[in-house]
Ligand binder design. Structure first.
Ligand code: DAH
Length: 336
């Protein structure tokens, strides 16, 4: 019997050694159908004197095996924890994943600067449709059918009557139709012309219109507003210059230049030696336009202006080809 117990002990040690897991060892050696239990069952055949001795031996052996298995179980648990910690290891000192953050497109950035400056002067921002009636784009602005100035703004027609607006000036008409003076608005947005794309032309581009209508508005107000705008947009030392011009919807009309912010007016590459850079058209709202919109030109007067947003953006950011603004090459756009 003793030999049998010793054999069980040896095979238990071998089984523990060979990596059987603690639970299956417990079942094999200590379970109801286990090897040690079988020995206990065989004790019936022993003499009454031998029985307690053997019982004690079996119990000692049970304890030994139990301890060995418990030790094995503890080791297993420790091993599992170690593996878990290893596999779930996070190095919180590693740098995070790079999130690339974009920024405004140069056109949007320029438009925002314009908005901010005019909002600061008390203007509000309104929008108008890009698909527009001929009436608003031309007719009401004193450009009747067959007016030669329509040629320079040749655009895309949807019907005889409906077109893609060639300028933001139709928003003036809508603003005057929709509200009573005093009116003080700007209207940035997209415009269309049937021009092939080159370094300075694009069939789609952006303008920002401005309109002020009230009693007693004069050309002095127009100059003051544009001068302040130019200083905020291009720097405090900037001067402006009015050159006589013709627009059908203003009288008198002017083209407005700003002194070159690169050379201060001496003449350089940016201003092509001129010292001045043309940025917008402006004038006093033509009395015909006021009456077309139901505003009495004998009571009210106003000024208007319109500028190309790309033109300002190209100058400000020193870009020499308009097309670069539309290609959306991130390597190019990242520079601004
Ligand atoms: N709409 C004109 C253009 O596209 C620009 C312009 C000139 C707008 C004079 C005006 C203005 O409001 O008064 O060339």
């Amino acid at each position: 019997m003793k030999e049998l117990l010793e054999k069980i002990w040896q095979s238990a040690l071998a089984a523990i050694e060979s990596g059987n897991d603690a639970e299956s060892l417990r079942i094999r050696f200590l379970g109801k159908k286990g090897e040690l239990t079988a020995v206990l069952r065989g004790m019936g055949a022993l003499s009454p004197e031998e029985r307690p001795k053997m019982g004690q031996l079996v119990n000692e052996m049970r304890e030994k095996i139990e301890n060995a298995i418990a030790e094995k179980a503890a080791k297993e648990k420790e091993e599992a924890l170690k593996n878990k910690l290893l596999s779930e290891k996070i190095d919180v000192t590693l740098p995070g994943n790079d999130l690339s953050v974009g920024h405004r497109h140069p056109i949007a950035e320029t438009e925002k600067m314009m908005r901010d400056i005019f909002i600061g002067m008390g203007f509000s921002v309104v929008e108008g449709p890009e698909v527009e009636y001929d009436y608003y784009n031309f007719e009401a602005l004193n450009l009747p059918k067959n007016h030669p100035a329509r040629d320079t703004q040749d655009t895309f027609y949807i019907t005889d009557n409906i077109l893609l607006r060639s300028q933001t000036s139709p928003v003036q008409v809508r603003a005057m139709e929709n509200s009573k003076p005093p009116i003080r608005i700007i209207s940035p947005g997209r415009v269309y012309r049937a021009d092939p794309a080159d370094a300075t032309h694009s069939p789609i581009f952006h303008q920002c219109e401005g309109l002020v209508v009230d009693k007693g508005i004069t050309m002095g107000d127009l100059k003051g507003v544009l001068e302040l705008f130019a200083k905020k947009m291009f720097g405090e030392d900037t001067r402006i210059r009015f050159r006589p011009h013709h627009f059908p919807f203003t009288e008198p009309s002017a083209e407005v230049d700003v002194s070159c912010w690169e050379c201060g007016g001496k003449g350089c590459r940016l201003c092509k030696g001129e010292g001045w850079i043309e940025i917008l058209g402006a004038g006093m709202v033509h009395p015909f336009v006021l009456s077309n919109c139901g505003i009495d030109p004998n009571v009210y007067s106003g000024f208007a202006f319109g500028m190309g947003i790309e033109r300002v953006a190209l100058c400000r950011f020193g870009i020499d080809d308009l097309r670069l603004l539309y290609e959306n090459d991130v390597r190019f756009l990242e520079q601004f």
